[in-house]
Design a protein around this ligand. Structure first.
Ligand SMILES: Nc1ncnc2c1ncn2[C@@H]1O[C@H](COP(=O)(O)OP(=O)(O)OP(=O)(O)O)[C@@H](O)[C@H]1O
Ligand SMILES: [Mg+2]
Length: 270
């Protein structure tokens, strides 16, 4: 099942009139560089429903990370609108948790202190935050490394710290940029199942960027395909698979058909 980007105004679980948690319209982003302007996004539109798990796939350099940074309030758009929870995005917001493509940890802080950072910045109750951080460090399998420094961790372990950090303040919206790309295959499967679990139990809304088509299909209510740069959304697919999904889901005919369809669309656009 698929539909054009412009026709997909609502999320899988929401009624037609449910307001979007994140909506972009006519969104453009131009980077001025010494060698001329680079248009990363052009006239991009999307609408993510409250509680929806929405994935973005697209060729390398098409503007996925740029879109995530605009949604996170870290980069101002050049044109168009982006609205989160009914209010235009003008800077970072506390109801958002971000996992960056690179972990961006503070090297002088331990794993636990890196995870606690958003709680500290937001002035949350630190006793409660510490208990939650400990749970999250366990969840990402780093309980034995809570007191270690980032330089003592592998790339995949650092990325897992970044995932725990994004969740510590219990944000309503998660923006995740290839969060599992640096993980080994088994940890990646484990984290996919855990993320589905977190999403199902907390009702968070997720914008998830990945290069992995099976990962996008496994996790999402909808998968959007971006064009090559300048990036815009050229197609959105509903994922009509029941929940919870498990590893056996990846053997389903419906799962594989959609993966094949997406693979074809990406090849056309590369
Ligand atoms: N800070 C910047 N200054 C200038 N150009 C940039 C900057 N960041 C990104 N770009 C350019 O914008 C385009 C989109 O980059 P972006 O990182 O958003 O792509 P992406 O889709 O996330 O790619 P990948 O899949 O490889 O992570 C690229 O052409 C890139 O060179
Ligand atoms: Mg990127």
């Amino acid at each position: 099942m698929s539909q054009s980007a412009s026709g997909a105004e609502t999320a899988a679980g929401d009624g037609p009139s449910a307001p979007a948690i994140l909506a972009a319209d006519g969104l453009s982003l131009v980077y001025p560089t010494r060698r001329g302007a680079i248009t990363a996004l052009e006239d991009l539109a999307l609408s993510i429903g409250r509680g929806e798990f929405y994935s973005l796939i697209g060729p390398s350099g098409c503007g996925k990370s740029s879109l995530l940074k605009v949604a996170a309030g870290l980069l101002p758009q050049t044109a168009g609108t982006i609205v989160l929870g009914g209010t235009p995005v003008t800077g970072p917001r506390r109801e958002v948790g971000v996992v960056f493509q690179r972990p961006t940890l503070f090297p002088w802080k331990t794993v636990m202190d890196n995870v606690l950072l958003p709680a500290e910045t937001l002035g949350l109750d630190m006793a409660a935050a510490k208990a939650r951080a400990a749970e999250l460090v366990n969840l990402v399998g780093l309980e034995k490394f809570a007191g270690n420094y980032p330089s003592e961790l592998s790339g995949g372990m650092q990325q897992r710290v970044g995932i725990a950090r994004a969740l510590v303040h219990d944000p309503e919206v998660l923006l995740m940029d290839e969060p599992f790309a640096a993980l080994d295959a088994l940890t990646r499967e484990h984290m996919m199942i855990e993320l589905q679990d977190i999403w199902m139990t907390t009702g968070k809304s997720v914008l998830f960027i990945t290069h992995s088509i099976p990962e996008a299909v496994f996790l999402s209510d909808r998968v959007a395909v971006m064009s090559a740069r300048p990036g815009r959304i050229i197609r959105e697919h509903d994922v009509a698979l029941g929940r919870p999904r498990d590893l056996a889901t990846m053997g389903d005919a419906g799962f594989n058909d959609l993966c094949g369809e997406l693979r074809g669309e990406l090849q056309i656009d590369l």
